[in-house]
Ligand binder design. Structure first.
Ligand SMILES: Cc1ncc(C[n+]2csc(CCO)c2C)c(N)n1
Length: 216
């Protein structure tokens, strides 16, 4: 079995909880309040600023130039595409820049620590849920639209689109190719990072749903 197939099996139950999370159900049926969506977008902007740099560091550490190119492109896309999506919503919903809430803080710091202190393949596995889970969530929501006039259509279309699909397939293929050269123990480290980051994807949506705040 491919590394990615095993990895996905390990997060199957987390993924099913993400799909039924009230935030995603509300995003799907269009009932999500602007207040909660704005909180999410503001947090996601913080997340992306960090995430794109993590991708660039993975590019720098990649063992093969082809992988360097892929991750450099992912970093560039994360800045260009995602910031235009966010920029539009920032303007439309009059969102102002925020500081990282606890879940965002935890997730970005985890990814930064992983790319700084762990082997590059573990960092590749740690960023994979961001790609893969978003594609599955995007497609899941997209399939349930049935012509409803969803105010969050732009968001849904971005993650259910073909361009994004190709990037996700590439990121999975790189992890599989790298894992195939490693020992079972190294592969297990990759899987652990994949599971940890998947848990944080759940936390991120839960944080937005609760509009999570630090104590002041
Ligand atoms: C919390 C959180 N997790 C994943 C994504 C999705 N995402 C962000 S950057 C990127 C790669 C290149 O576009 C992808 C798939 C998100 N927006 N927010």
């Amino acid at each position: 079995m491919k590394w990615s197939e095993q990895a996905w099996q390990a997060i199957e139950s987390i993924y099913s909880k993400i799909i039924v999370h009230p935030f995603n159900q509300a995003l799907c049926n269009g009932s999500l309040t602007e207040e909660k969506f704005s909180f999410y977008i503001a947090q996601d902007a913080v997340y992306l600023a960090s995430f794109s740099r993590v991708l660039a560091m993975i590019a720098a550490k990649a063992h093969q130039s082809k992988q360097l190119l892929s991750f450099a492109q992912f970093a560039s896309t994360a800045v260009v595409v995602e910031q235009s999506l966010h920029g539009n919503y920032f303007e439309k919903l009059q969102i102002t820049a925020a500081q990282a809430a606890p879940a965002c803080f935890q997730y970005t710091n985890y990814l930064q620590a992983t790319v700084a202190f762990e082997p590059v393949e573990t960092a590749m596995a740690a960023v994979l849920p961001c790609f893969w889970i978003y594609r599955e969530v995007g497609l899941h929501i997209y399939r349930q639209q049935n012509g409803i006039n969803n105010p969050y259509k732009n968001w849904i279309d971005t993650y259910a689109g073909e361009a994004f699909d190709a990037a996700v397939t590439e990121a999975i293929a790189i992890c599989d190719a790298v894992a195939a050269t490693l020992t079972p123990q190294q592969q297990a480290h990759m899987q652990q990072a994949f599971v940890t980051a998947s848990r944080m994807e759940w936390l991120f949506w839960n944080s937005a749903w609760q509009m999570e705040q630090w104590a002041v």
